[in-house]
Design a protein around this ligand. Sequence first.
Ligand SMILES: [Zn+2]
Length: 504
Amino acid sequence: MRIPIAIFALILFINCENATSEAEANANEPSSTQAKALYNIPYKKLYDSYDNYKESSIKTRRFKQTDIAPLIQRLKAPFKVSKAGASVEGRDIYRVSIGTGPTQVLLWSQMHGDESTATMALMDIFNFFSKNGDEFDEFRQKWQRELTITFIPMLNPDGADRFSRRNALGIDLNRDALRLQSPESQILKKVRDELNADWGFNLHDQSRYYSAGLNPKTATISVLAPAYNYEKEINEVRGNAMKMIGILNNIFQEYIPGQVGRYDDAHEPRAFGDNIQKWGTSTILIECGGQENDPEKQYIRKLNYVALLSAFDAIASKTYTQSDINAYEQIPFNGGSNFYDLIVREAEVQKDGKWYTFDMGFRREEVEYNGNRNYYYKASIAEFGDMSIFYAYDEINAKGYRAIPGKVYPSIVQNISALKQMNIANILAQGYTDVRLRELPKSKKVFPVNIIASNKSASNSIYIYGNPSFVLQKNGQTRYAVVNGFGYDLEEDKDLIKQLVNDF
Ligand SMILES: [Zn+2]
């Protein structure tokens, strides 16, 4: 399943250089000047000691207000905890603050209910401030002396409950900054105005299919200093946000080199980020995208933790003033939705008796169950044809291979235990991708063949937007199998297949 793409990626990167300005390419390579521009921020220590502060009760992206409320209610002085108000459906929205300093810093997360990565990081940050007697005492003291930090974690708890972007009214809160029809929007505006915040951190998630620039790397993090007018002017307020982002980018580059993108900076007059910038708060948008082997975004959560605490240091020490707007402007723009979960490249595909050479780009949708708390994958071919300009988390180089639609295993198997006893790699090698079971299992984990009911048949014909399972054969020999958007190399992935069978 983990297809090595390093060599392939390198070739593409070389090909891409003409399309990327030199400045953009350089922004993704840590240099000595960048190393210097980190102003003694303890980001390395924060990164290395993260596990001591990580909130262990939250392990996945799908959690609800009832999961974080006890973590907030238990916070003791010097934290100040209050209810900022309630959502449309009456869920409490909390306001947590720490510090007594003159500089007001405001952070809000999960304005979009299904964008929870930063909320997890805020819980970790609460743990960080709850401790003492460690290597960070002097930093905590400095930050609390210089800053008053106010958090609104999970601004949209109704959306979080459904794991949906919008709130219970069906409103996108990030288009409600002017009309303020939703109580959640009113809360954010009220807190911002009350504090007259100097700094604002607008914390979101973005598609995991975005690339950073035109590079074959995902935009694991995207950043933006939103524009406060259509002319995209830069005043001191926005300039400070840009300078801060320059520092944060240098930190991110140490851990995810080349995987930071700059969000589209077109002015959106209805959005909070743009307006809060306009209202005089230096506003920084951080978007969490995709990272290889991190479907639950736990590594990106850690990067958020490191970045936000680092930002507190740069603000408290005023070192952001030494940063440069150019460092921001050199970050490549998000390159668009250029990534797929799996690309099968240059397979021979038969249509009406004729063979064609096509690429197939699979994306895997999350199908929710258990009150949105869990999900399983349902894949589809999202792009079909020449995909030479696109990238993927997994690749199969199928040049010279024929894609043969998967067959249904001839005999019906009693149950999952019986199926687990069978040699699954062997079943795939024979061209079978679907197995009928008399008793369907409860687990919805990834399994290397499709498990179907005993009275079902499979339709694996290969077409755009379908979800065909198939094998890739050369001279009648099967080398690869694709099942529900996951690719398996039957020579290299034998252990992986065994692992998936055992873990099911
Ligand atoms: Zn968002």
